[in-house]
Design a protein around this ligand. Structure first.
Ligand SMILES: *Cc1c(COP(=O)(O)O)cnc(C)c1O
Length: 384
């Protein structure tokens, strides 16, 4: 064991099952470990490094801001934060943004918006979410998360969450008809749950029922947002208009930033003192995000879809591969061998992939060069 791994074992809380590698540097979609071995990165730090490691344009945008003004707190106005909020609203049709530092926090804000809005609209408190979902690790977002495995040890949880089976239309209809419900929260593609997209019919029904019953449609796009699926946000594939969208992971291209986007119906729900964050939307993270968003243009998003098709074509029907799921550069590969073993063999052969449930999960940088993408796919095929 290397020194780093010994120290980790000695001093770091034992919450992570890490891959046996210490990464020391990176450039784009190539990462290097302490022994100088290179890896093709198809994980992007879990969909965070939108343009890969140490991308020159992103580094320039962030360092320029670092050298100008860093943290200020939200007691003052700052230019990068307001510029970013304007970009997000103009590209989504949403009206307001609340900035935080992570996906869980972005969802916490959405839950608070739903509760306050529900209070103002007939005293309704229940938020419906889906089984097999993942919404974060705080106590409230764990309560929202529809997987029992996350609910051991940490109770009691806050009340007011109900879980329905994804894809089951009758169950959704029954749940949303209850008079105490104020909102529906779901991921367009269940990421941690195994890269499982929701069907278009189901999404359309969800929107229709939310309108009929006067409920908030809230989408957790923490992982699917920021170009990952080939659209700026995944909901744009479905042609619907949510009331709340949360995002985080890829937004600032490698810096911690969460955003809760609020549509017309909830734009005025949060008032002074209702919510806050010391770090949220600080100039440095906001400058990183402005630079990322400015580059997520039609050509880049088109490229994401083209790369996605190429990966699918290369993998579908291959020996050892059962099925490919997902959208854009968020793909799940169901393999005959256990996904964790495949990921381990890939790592030994110079390719970093992730897993989600029983799938190998691919989340490469959106600008991964074709050559590295093709090389990575060959390594994956040799190791499934
Ligand atoms: C990762 C993730 C979260 C939690 O984000 P953190 O930044 O780890 O708090 C929430 N929802 C979804 C869909 C995610 O993928």
């Amino acid at each position: 064991m290397t020194d780093t791994r010994q120290l980790d074992q000695e001093y770091i809380a034992g919450t992570y099952g890490r891959f046996p590698v210490t990464l020391v540097k990176g450039q784009g979609a190539l990462l290097t470990d302490e022994n100088g071995k290179n890896y093709i990165d198809m994980g992007s730090g879990i969909a965070v490094n939108t343009f890969g490691a140490c991308d020159a344009q992103w580094v320039a945008a962030v360092t320029a801001q670092l050298q100008t003004l860093g943290h200020t707190s939200n007691l003052y106005y700052t230019q990068p934060q307001t510029r970013l909020a304007e970009m997000l609203c103009q590209r989504t049709g949403m009206q307001k943004v609340f900035f935080s530092n992570s996906g869980a926090e972005a969802n916490e804000c959405a839950l608070k918006v739903a509760r306050k809005w529900g209070e103002e609209h007939g005293g309704r408190q229940v938020i419906v979410t889906l089984k097999n979902s993942f919404h974060g690790r705080t106590i409230a977002t764990l309560a929202a998360t529809g997987q029992d495995v996350f609910h051991q040890h940490f109770g009691p949880f806050p009340e007011g969450f109900r879980h329905v089976t994804p894809g089951n239309q009758a169950e959704l209809e029954a749940a949303l008809a209850q008079p105490d419900v104020c909102a529906l929260l779901m991921e367009p593609i269940q990421g941690e749950g195994g890269v499982e997209p929701l069907e278009g019919d189901y999404m359309a029904l969800a929107e229709k029922l939310c309108r009929e019953h006067h409920l908030l449609l809230m989408l957790d796009e923490v992982q699917t947002g920021n170009g990952r699926t080939g659209k700026l946000f995944a909901y744009m594939h479905y042609g619907l208009q949510p009331d709340v969208v949360t995002t985080a992971k890829g937004l600032a291209g490698g810096l911690p930033l969460g955003a809760t986007l609020l549509g017309e119906r909830v734009a005025k729900v949060l008032g002074k003192g209702d919510h806050g964050s010391t770090f949220g939307g600080n100039p440095i993270c906001a400058a990183g995000a402005c630079s990322v968003l400015a580059r997520l243009d039609d050509a880049l998003l088109q490229d994401v879809s083209t790369k996605s098709r190429e990966i699918r074509q290369a993998l579908e029907g291959c020996p050892g591969i059962k099925r490919v799921s997902g959208m854009g550069l968020m793909l799940g590969v169901a393999t005959e061998h256990p996904a964790a073993e495949v990921a381990q063999r890939c790592l030994e052969n110079g390719l970093l992939v992730l897993t989600a449930k029983d799938k190998v999960r691919l989340l490469p940088p959106l600008n991964i060069p074709w050559e590295l993408l093709r090389e990575g796919i060959v390594i994956l095929k040799q190791n499934v």
